[in-house]
Design a protein around this ligand. Structure first.
Ligand SMILES: C[S@@+](CC[C@H](N)C(=O)[O-])C[C@H]1O[C@@H](n2cnc3c(N)ncnc32)[C@H](O)[C@@H]1O
Length: 384
C-alpha cells in the first residue's frame, strides 16, 4: 500500500470508531476486508489510528472536523506533513483537500491542546501542579516497549546479548535494574527465543519499579490479591525466589494464563479463587483509572467519567479493607495503581489511615509517565 492509501484506511477505521466501534474491532474488521494489506501496512495503519486516538481532540481542532478525515488532516498538520502530498485523489488515496479544509482548523487550547477531557485536565492541574502539562503531553505519545529480565532465568547482560542476537536492540532503563527499553526490533520480541523461553517478559519499567520498592526483607508467603494476568505475581516471584506466591483475582477467569506464564518463567504461582489465610506480604495492584497508562489504551481516556472514578475509589477502599485483614502480624500491605490521580493514590491511603490508625506508611513512591515508563503509585504499609 502507498502511504496515502494507508492514510485513507486510517480515515475509514477512525470513522468506524467515531460511530461507536471499539478501536480493536474496527481494526480487525478492516483487516478482514483488506486481505491485500501486508503486515507493515497493518502496523503503519494501526500507528496512525492510535496516534489519532491519543490526540482525539487536538487533531479534530487542527483538522477542522470531528471525522476520520478531519482527524487525519489534523494529525498530519501537527506532524508537519505537506498535506497535498497525501490528499492527492490518486487511486486509493484520500480526495484532494477542499478550500475549507485547506483554510480550516483552529489551534486547540487548554484541555483540547492537552488531549484530555475538560474535567480530567482540571484534576491534572490541581493534583500535579506545574507537572500537569508534561504528564498530559507524554500521554499524547506512543509508549515505549519495555522488557523485564526474569532473573530466575538469567541476568541482564545475558538477556541483552541474547536479544541482540535476534535483532532486538535494548538499553538499560533507569527506573529498574531489571528493565530494558527496546530501541530496535520491537515487533520481533513476541516471537523471539529470549521471550519464548521466559528470559524476558513484556512489562513496563514503572510496573517493575513498584515491585523493586518493596523492602529487601524476604517474605515467605505472598498474596497477589488483584493478580489479573499475573504480571506482578511473576515479578514478585523473581524478586523473592524463596517465597510462596498465591495469585487471586475477583474475576478468576482473568488469571487463566498465569499457569502457562509461570511455567515459562520458571516460577511457581498458586491460584486461589478465594483469598484465605495469612500472608506476610499482600500486594494489591488495584483496578484503577489507568491514567498513568492512557497512551497504551487511549480510548480509556475518553470513556472515563466522574462516576467511574467514584466507583473505582469505592472498590479500591474495599480492597484495601479486605486485603489488610489478610496480612499477618508484622507483615506488609502494598497498595499500587497505574493512576496519577490523587483520589486513587494519596487520598485513598489517607482515608485508609484515618479509618485504620494502627497502620502506618513504610514507603511511598510515585512515578509520572515519561519516556522510560508509565505513571504508577505504590504505598507500602505495616501495622503497629
Ligand atoms: C490493575 S489490574 C491487575 C493487573 C495485574 N496485577 C498484572 O500485573 O498483570 C486489577 C485487577 O483487579 C481485579 N479486581 C477488580 N476488583 C477486584 C476485587 N474486588 N478484588 C480483587 N481483585 C479485583 C481485576 O479483575 C483486575 O484483574
Amino acid at each position: 500500500m502507498t502511504p496515502e492509501a494507508r492514510v485513507q484506511a486510517a480515515i475509514d477505521i477512525l470513522d468506524q470508531i467515531n460511530d461507536g466501534d471499539p478501536a480493536e474491532r474496527a481494526l480487525t474488521n478492516w483487516s478482514r476486508r483488506s486481505r491485500y494489506a501486508g503486515s507493515k501496512d497493518r502496523a503503519a495503519i494501526r500507528d496512525l489510528v492510535f496516534s489519532a486516538l491519543r490526540k482525539w481532540r487536538s487533531t479534530a481542532a487542527l483538522g477542522g472536523a470531528e471525522t476520520g478525515r478531519g482527524r487525519m488532516i489534523g494529525l498530519l498538520r501537527q506532524d508537519g506533513v505537506a498535506l497535498e502530498t497525501v490528499f492527492t485523489g490518486n487511486r486509493f488515496a484520500p480526495d484532494p483537500l477542499r478550500a475549507e479544509e485547506l483554510e480550516g482548523g483552529t489551534q486547540p487550547s487548554d484541555a483540547a491542546a492537552m488531549d484530555l477531557p475538560d474535567w480530567v485536565w482540571e484534576k491534572f492541574k490541581s493534583d500535579l501542579g506545574d507537572r500537569a502539562a508534561d504528564a498530559a503531553q507524554v500521554l499524547r505519545d506512543r509508549a515505549p516497549v519495555t522488557l523485564r529480565v526474569n532473573t530466575l532465568k538469567g541476568d541482564v547482560s545475558a538477556a541483552q546479548s541474547r536479544l541482540l542476537s535476534e535483532g532486538i536492540v535494548t538499553r538499560a532503563n533507569p527506573k529498574s535494574a531489571t528493565a530494558l527499553t527496546v530501541e530496535e526490533g520491537q515487533r520481533k520480541v513476541a516471537q523471539s527465543d529470549a521471550y519464548q523461553s521466559g528470559l524476558v517478559e513484556l512489562q513496563d519499567a514503572s510496573s517493575q519499579a513498584i515491585v523493586d520498592a518493596l523492602p529487601d526483607r524476604q517474605p515467605q508467603n505472598i498474596l497477589d490479591y488483584c493478580a489479573g494476568g499475573g504480571g506482578k505475581s511473576l515479578a514478585l516471584a523473581a524478586r523473592f525466589p524463596d517465597a510462596r506466591i498465591t495469585a487471586h483475582d475477583a474475576f478468576s477467569q482473568r488469571m487463566k494464563d498465569i499457569p502457562a506464564r509461570a511455567s515459562r518463567a520458571g516460577a511457581t504461582v498458586k491460584i486461589a479463587n478465594k483469598a484465605e489465610g495469612w500472608f506476610d506480604l499482600v500486594f494489591c495492584d488495584v483496578p484503577c483509572s489507568g491514567s498513568g497508562t492512557w497512551r497504551r489504551a487511549p480510548e480509556a481516556k475518553w470513556r472515563f467519567s466522574p462516576d467511574d472514578l467514584q466507583d473505582l475509589v469505592e472498590t479500591q477502599a474495599e480492597i484495601l479493607r479486605i486485603a489488610s485483614e489478610l496480612v499477618s502480624e508484622g507483615g506488609l500491605l502494598a497498595y499500587a495503581t497505574c493512576s496519577i490521580l490523587d483520589d486513587e493514590n494519596t487520598k485513598q491511603i489517607d482515608r485508609f489511615l484515618a479509618d485504620n490508625p494502627q497502620w502506618h506508611v513504610v514507603k511511598s513512591e510515585f512515578y509520572l509517565p515519561d519516556t522510560d515508563g508509565d505513571g504508577f503509585f505504590v504505598t507500602i504499609l505495616t501495622r503497629d
